[in-house]
Design a protein around this ligand. Sequence first.
Ligand code: NAP
Length: 484
Amino acid sequence: MAVRVIPVDPFDLVIFGGTGDLAQRKILPGLYRRFHAGQMPAEARIIGAARGDMDEEAYRAVVRESIATFVSANLCEAEIVDAFLAQVSYVTLEARGTGGWKELKGKLRNDVVQAFYFSVAPSLFADIAERLHKNGISRPDARIVVEKPFGRDLQTAQALNKELVSFFDEEQIYRIDHYLGKETVQNLMAVRFGNVLFEPLWNSQYVDHIQITVAETVGVGGRGSYYDKSGAMRDMVQNHLMQLLCLIAMEPPNRFDPDAVRDEKLKVIRALDPVEPSEIVRGQYRATASEPGYLDEVGDPNSRTESFIALRTHISNWRWNGTPFYLRTGKKLGTRLSEIVVHFKEPPHSIFGEDAGGSCNVLTIRLQPDEGMTLSVTIKEPGPGGMRLIDVPLDMSFAEALGPENAEMPDAYERLIMDVMRGNQTLFMRGDEVEAAWRWTDPLIQGWEARGERPKLYKQGGSGPEDAQMLLHRDGRRWRELDP
Ligand code: NAP
């Protein structure tokens, strides 16, 4: 089954921070892959912008290097790379100054889609927005793409939103959460709303509980000083896990349209109950004989920032009344995985007797690695041993189901950048969504700061602090193990 590639309209895409880590690892290789697939048209132009003083040839060399490093070699045919680089240019520009803006304006066309990617520190967003506007560079239909973190609390997010909307309409602002660009995340909506099978069961009558896990095996590494000001709640829960929670829990929108989807997601966030201190477990990975611990990596023995968090929350509405949602994310855990696990309830009455075996159905939606879904189903154990029940997985790996020709699925950034060019905001966060997420998160953070709580230490390579296991044990439930 070949994936259909529909080219987007010609565009001018300016990447502020075009020499930075994100541009080199994700944005530029992603654009190249879309070019290679025939989705980025030959009339499109990419303009890198940063302070670094270099000419266009030097910038093309940077882009060539990033393609060679981050795109698989089988997609790097010399003539295709050269054709892509012919569409790339550069302007030296100071976000907070006056230099470079006139040159940038001179490079833009009037008759193509116009997009500006703010791949720079959030402290520069307002400066760039203002200069694009005041220098008459951005058109009223221009699109701006902004990266996370979008604020560090409600107040800063509101201030940032206010600054951006003073120069751009909400319809022009694309706030990226790359989790929303993942194939499985979009499949979550297709599965829920494209089949009759699941939706009638998708409520507290049939669902016992839902677990959302985003586990990493890496530590904070070189990002220690940045991460220590943020922590797992701000860095992961407020955005990525919250978005997954919204998609799994929201009501069916009346159509697949940006505002209809985002209205429903917003209702979920607004319906989240406050979380009690006893429902939150925070942790920091401890040092081993050979590996530094969290405190060593951030260089502050007194840091109280969490590298792990697990919490239980509830959604106060008819559909989910009484169904707990358990969220967990952390670094230096035993396995790298992102998944949503829907545990259904047991059948109301077992006709096979208590000891027959078998348990409840579990739907596992894997975001990484190996995007796909597994539904555990109870069947009869084969053989003549009487009616014994066992659970077997109905397993669907998207890579296998869609065939080897689709092994190179577009990554989240590619997909989202193409959505920007199409003017489709469905998979981008709206300003009120981001603010509502902070409104729920802020009191939790303020609570543990006021209580002066220290995160619990946990061993590297496991499932996080023991207390996180207890969070579910006390409810008679278990997390999926994260041991390698
Ligand atoms: P980075 O590696 O530090 O790159 C920053 C870029 O901005 C460089 O190209 C830099 O080039 C340019 N820049 C800095 N100050 C400037 C100024 N005053 N005027 C014009 N250009 C300026 O940062 P990054 O990791 O790519 O991150 C970019 C944004 O993406 C940040 O908001 C970050 O939070 C977000 N983000 C990054 C990642 C990631 O994996 N890296 C993931 C998620 C979100 P010059 O120094 O030459 O000006």
